[in-house]
Design a protein around this ligand. Structure first.
Ligand code: GAR
Length: 212
């Protein structure tokens, strides 16, 4: 599959969050420091599946439009997915970044944004998919873990991998300590990958993603 970004110089990003939004902040800082033209992208809106989170506060402080789309405000998961698709589409993104967004996206969302929907995950996929990746890695006793930036498909953390980085596990690590060390690495990887994809484009060859 060929890359599916438009040819416009500065790509439009919508970022989805569910929590503290430190990955969002890293993207905001990169755009602010380099400028949208040099970074290749700008964040045009930030969305969440819940209110009152630091991720939304970060977006508001940056002066960005925000939206909240909660599952419980909709009749069904499908209706929620359709509403989320619509509000995201209203911001006309070239790329959607799920940066700590803790909901599985549905059929309609994937039909519209599949192939340009990026997620970061705090483990070396395909090991430890799902919502408790850091806890699961610790419980298994692996000696290294890390982070993965990947395209989202209709499975749970199963889409084609764009980039990964390794984090060593220390004997004294608990879940919080390891989570924070992974986040330090994943913020750098996410900023790098999103910028390169926005500036250069990418190609999907089966399970392989090649940044051009
Ligand atoms: C990140 O570690 C991200 O990998 C993880 O949530 C954290 C969000 O942190 N995502 C998942 O676990 C998705 N399955 P942040 O809100 O500080 O950016």
């Amino acid at each position: 599959m060929a890359e599916s970004l438009t040819e416009s110089a500065v790509k439009r990003l919508v970022v989805l969050v569910s929590g503290s939004g430190s990955n969002l902040q890293a993207l905001l800082d990169a755009v602010a420091e380099m400028g949208p033209a040099a970074y290749g992208a700008e964040i045009v809106a930030v969305g969440a599946d819940r209110d009152g989170i630091e991720g939304l506060a970060r977006a508001e402080r940056a002066g960005l439009p925000t939206f909240v789309c909660r599952v419980k405000d909709h009749e069904s998961r499908e209706a929620w997915d359709a509403a989320l698709t619509e509000v995201v589409a209203s911001h006309e993104p070239d790329l959607v970044v799920s940066a700590g967004f803790m909901k599985l996206l549905g059929k309609e969302f994937l039909a519209r944004y599949g192939g340009r929907l990026i997620n970061n995950h705090p483990a070396l996929l395909p090991s430890f998919p799902g919502t408790h990746a850091v806890r699961d890695a610790l419980a298994y006793g692996v000696k290294v873990t890390g982070c993965t930036v990947h395209l989202v498909d209709d499975g749970v953390d199963t889409g084609p991998i764009i980039a990964q980085a390794v984090v060593e596990i220390r004997d004294e690590d608990d879940e919080d300590a390891l989570k924070e060390r992974i986040k330090e690495v994943e913020r750098r990887v996410l900023v790098d990958v999103v910028g390169r994809i926005a500036r250069n484009g990418y190609r999907i060859e089966g399970r392989k993603v090649v940044i051009l």
